[in-house]
Design a protein around this ligand. Structure first.
Ligand SMILES: [Zn+2]
Ligand SMILES: [Zn+2]
Length: 365
C-alpha cells in the first residue's frame, strides 16, 4: 500500500452539510500526478455553490479550486514540473482532443471535470473516500493533482497573490477581454462587487473603459469598487437600469457584466445596456432563477446576452499576460483580498458571501 501523508483539509460531507476541517490522508502522487504544498487558496462563490448543491460534484469532497503553492513530489512520467517549483492551480484542465478543445475553446473542454469522480484522499478519522471537488482540492495544506492542473507560477509575484489568478482574476479578466471584448473608450457596468466583480472592474480599467459603473447591494463596497477602477457606484434598487442609463447620456452602457447569478440582476444588467449592448453573465445561479424576455424587445434592442465559463480563458495563455499586468502595476491582486483566514475560517467566509459582504477571503497556510 502506498505511503499516505496526513494533512488538514476542509471537507464538505454532503449537500447542505456544514464544512468540516479535518485530517485527510493523501496518497503519494501516482503516474502523471503531482503533490503540491499550498501557500494560499481563495474562497470562491463556486465553493459555496458546490457545498449547497447549486452546482453538483461527487461528495464528500475537499473543496477549494483557486490556489497556488510549491510542488513537493511528482509521480512517474511527470516532466512539466519538479519538486521545488512554484505553481498556480488550474481547476479546469483541457484535454486537447474534444470538440471544444479542437476549436480552441478550452474553457468548455468536455473532459475538464472528468477527475471529479476519482477518489482523491480519505478521511483520517473514519477512512471515508473523498473526491477532489473541482479537481484540485485546494482547501488543504497539501493536495495531489493531475500535472495538467498546474501552471508555472509567474515570477516576481508572491504565491499568496498568485493564488487569485487561478479563478477570480482569470474569470473577471476573461469576462471583459474574451467574452464582452471591451474596447477602449467603451462604458461598462459591473453587477456584484465580490472577488470576481473587483477583478472585472480592474480588467475594465485595463481595457481603457471610459465610464465604469459598479453596482452592489452593500454601501460598504464603494471604496473597494472605486479603488478597483469604478468611476461611479450605485446601490442596487428597482431603478438601477435607469440610473445606469442616466450616467451614460441616457443610452445605457456598452457592456454589462453580471457577477451575481440571479434572475433580477441578469435582467437589470441587460436593461442597463444600450441598443446593441453586450451582457456577459459570470454569476452562477440555480435552476429556479428564470429570466424572461419578450420577443419584441429582443428585436428592438438588438442586444447580446452571453454566458461565460472560467472567463472564456485559456489559463496557459492568459496567466503570463495577467502576470505582466501585475508586474506593471495595472492589476492589483492584493486589493481583491479583504480577509486573510485559516482553514477554520472558511465556514465564516461562506456566511459572509451569503450576506454579500467583502471581496475575496484568502486562506493562507
Ligand atoms: Zn472560483
Ligand atoms: Zn477537451
Amino acid at each position: 500500500m502506498a505511503v499516505r501523508t496526513a494533512v488538514r483539509a476542509a471537507v464538505v460531507p454532503a449537500i447542505g452539510a456544514p464544512l468540516e476541517v479535518t485530517g485527510i490522508e493523501l496518497p503519494e502522487p501516482g503516474p502523471g500526478q503531482v503533490r503540491v504544498k499550498l501557500a494560499a487558496a481563495g474562497v470562491c462563490h463556486s465553493d459555496l455553490s458546490l457545498s449547497n448543491g447549486t452546482m453538483r460534484v461527487p461528495l464528500p469532497a475537499v473543496l477549494g479550486h483557486e490556489g497556488a503553492g510549491t510542488v513537493v513530489a511528482v509521480g512517474e512520467g511527470v516532466t512539466r514540473v519538479a519538486p521545488g517549483d512554484d505553481v498556480v492551480l488550474n481547476w479546469a484542465p483541457s484535454c486537447g482532443s474534444c470538440h471544444a478543445c479542437t476549436l480552441g475553446e478550452v474553457w468548455l473542454c468536455a473532459n475538464a471535470l472528468a477527475g471529479a469522480a476519482d477518489v482523491h484522499a480519505r478521511r483520517a478519522d473514519d477512512g471515508t473516500d473523498l473526491h477532489p471537488g473541482l479537481n484540485v482540492a485546494a482547501f488543504a495544506e497539501e493536495t495531489v493533482v493531475s500535472a495538467s492542473c498546474v501552471l508555472p507560477a509567474p515570477e516576481g509575484i508572491p504565491l499568496t497573490e498568485a493564488a487569485l489568478l487561478g479563478c477570480a482574476v482569470l474569470t473577471g479578466y476573461g469576462a471583459v477581454h474574451h467574452s464582452a471584448r471591451v474596447r477602449e473608450g467603451e462604458t461598462v457596468a459591473v453587477f456584484g462587487v465580490g472577488g470576481v466583480g473587483l477583478a472585472t472592474l480592474q480588467a475594465a480599467r485595463i481595457a481603457g473603459a471610459s465610464t465604469i459603473v459598479a453596482v452592489d447591494v452593500s454601501p460598504e463596497k464603494e471604496e473597494l469598487a472605486r479603488a478597483a477602477g469604478a468611476t461611479d457606484y450605485l446601490l442596487a434598487s428597482d431603478t438601477t437600469a435607469r440610473e445606469v442609463r442616466a450616467l451614460t447620456g441616457k443610452q445605457g452602457v456598452d457592456v454589462a457584466v453580471e457577477c451575481v447569478g440571479r434572475a433580477t440582476t441578469i435582467r437589470t444588467a441587460w436593461e442597463s445596456t444600450r441598443r446593441g449592448g453586450r451582457t456577459t453573465v459570470v454569476g452562477i445561479g440555480g435552476k429556479d432563477q428564470q429570466v424572461t424576455f419578450n420577443a419584441l424587445e429582443i428585436f428592438h434592442w438588438g442586444r447580446t446576452l452571453s454566458g461565460c465559463v472560467y472567463g472564456n480563458a485559456d489559463p496557459a495563455r492568459d496567466l503570463p499576460v495577467l502576470a505582466e499586468h501585475v508586474r506593471a502595476g495595472r492589476l492589483d491582486l492584493g486589493a481583491l483580498v479583504t480577509e486573510r483566514i485559516a482553514l477554520d475560517g472558511i465556514p465564516a467566509a461562506f456566511e459572509n458571501m451569503l450576506a454579500g459582504k467583502g471581496g475575496r477571503a484568502l486562506v493562507v497556510f
